[in-house]
Design a protein around this ligand. Structure first.
Ligand SMILES: Nc1ncnc2c1ncn2[C@@H]1O[C@H](COP(=O)(O)OP(=O)(O)O)[C@@H](O)[C@H]1O
Ligand SMILES: Cc1ncc(C[n+]2csc(CCOP(=O)(O)OP(=O)(O)O)c2C)c(N)n1
Ligand SMILES: [Mg+2]
Ligand SMILES: [Mg+2]
Ligand SMILES: [Mg+2]
Length: 326
């Protein structure tokens, strides 16, 4: 594909984007009409949206368009999984400058399509608009398959906190990229393309999870939302939280405590949940903490001590204190 988005034109671009899509049996009517029609076997629809902005969520010199597509889809599909639901469909609202090479949104679409396929969903529609800053806004829909949603508010004193997926890998990758390096590749790749454990969301619901979330901002920050919504204290035990040797090495090289990446790094989209104490968890879950009665304000402690630093990413906070870049 040669030329720019402007040369392709609005409907030329839409044709290129939609021609690359795949479908699933849940898609009763895909892109091309005023709206799509998606089956909702459960009769309830789980819905979420997240926006990615160039410069804030991704950089074109750090990530390919395909990577950005994978990540944008993953970020939304992980929210569906974190409710205990199975993703069914996504919609893509895209803002791009006319001067952008047409290959960029086309490869972005390929990435979104492929990540949707990993999670069992399909792209069913979207919008394209000309604008100065590349903006990728995705809406994802999901199906509960007759299970109750696992919210942030159901954690009870006595529950255990368990996690599955990666923690701190994306933050370590971001730290490396921010310093102008391109390796170690494992961390850089984790930053470019998170791998949320989608299947673990519905599986956790089946196992009786009382509260659940994905880790988009940071473990401490996101568990803080569960603590607040549930009115409990959550205590993390650092001895039970694995810091890979490779992460310790890179932490030493760039002067960052790697446990800080694991506790406050976002964008890996691990799934963390509270379970009743007698639960039998499959090996992929690691128990990393406990739910206690909140003595005062509900919050998160690490080894019994209040976490007084930033617990993760906050769009309006001090980004240098958020464990991601530094
Ligand atoms: N602009 C908004 N309008 C309505 N609801 C919002 C808005 N922004 C965030 N929310 C809601 O606030 C909650 C927390 O948002 P967020 O931290 O972005 O969640 P997540 O990290 O799971 O994407 C979500 O339920 C989200 O739908
Ligand atoms: C260029 C660049 N700078 C900084 C970051 C780090 N970063 C940006 S947003 C974010 C948190 C997750 O994104 P958010 O929009 O808060 O998603 P949500 O929590 O709503 O799922 C992080 C760690 C990045 N990915 N890219
Ligand atoms: Mg969000
Ligand atoms: Mg979330
Ligand atoms: Mg966030």
């Amino acid at each position: 594909m040669k030329g720019t988005v402007g040369e392709l034109g609005e409907f030329g671009l839409i044709r290129e984007l939609t021609s690359r899509l795949t479908t699933t049996p849940n898609v009763r009517l895909g892109p091309g009409d005023d709206a799509a029609v998606v089956a909702a076997p459960d009769r309830r629809v789980v819905a979420t949206t997240d926006v990615l902005l160039e410069g804030r969520h991704f950089r074109r010199d750090w990530s390919t368009a395909y990577d950005v597509g994978r990540k944008a889809a993953a970020q939304n599909l992980a929210d569906i999984a974190a409710m205990g639901a199975v993703p069914t469909a996504v919609l893509l609202a895209l803002v791009v400058p006319a001067e952008l090479p047409a290959t960029w949104p086309i490869e972005l679409m390929d990435g979104i399509r492929d990540e949707c396929q990993v999670a069992g969903a399909a792209v069913v529609g979207g919008d394209v608009v000309r604008g100065d800053t590349i903006t990728v806004a995705i809406t994802a829909l999901g199906d509960l398959r007759n299970r109750e949603p696992v919210t942030r508010s159901g954690a009870r004193p006595g529950d255990v906190i368990a996690v599955t997926g990666w923690l701190g890998w994306s933050a370590a990758g971001l730290a490396v990229l921010s310093r102008g390096f391109r390796s170690p590749r494992a961390f850089v790749e984790a930053h470019r393309r998170p791998e949320p454990p989608y299947h673990a969301g519905p599986a956790a619901a089946e196992l009786g999870a009382t509260a659940m979330t994905d880790v988009s901002d940071g473990l401490v920050a996101d568990l803080g939302h569960i603590a607040t919504a549930s009115g409990v204290l959550i205590n993390l035990k650092s001895a039970d939280i694995d810091v890979p040797a490779q992460m310790s090495d890179i932490g030493q090289a760039v002067g960052v405590d790697p446990l800080h990446w694991v506790l406050t790094g976002g964008e890996d989209h691990a799934i963390v949940a509270a379970f009743p104490p007698d639960v039998k968890l499959p090996a992929r879950w690691r128990v990393i903490g406990e739910v206690l009665k909140a003595p005062g304000t509900p919050h998160v402690t690490v080894d019994g001590a209040a976490w007084d630093k930033a617990g993760g990413w906050d769009h309006f906070g001090d980004t240098t204190a958020q464990g991601a870049g530094d």
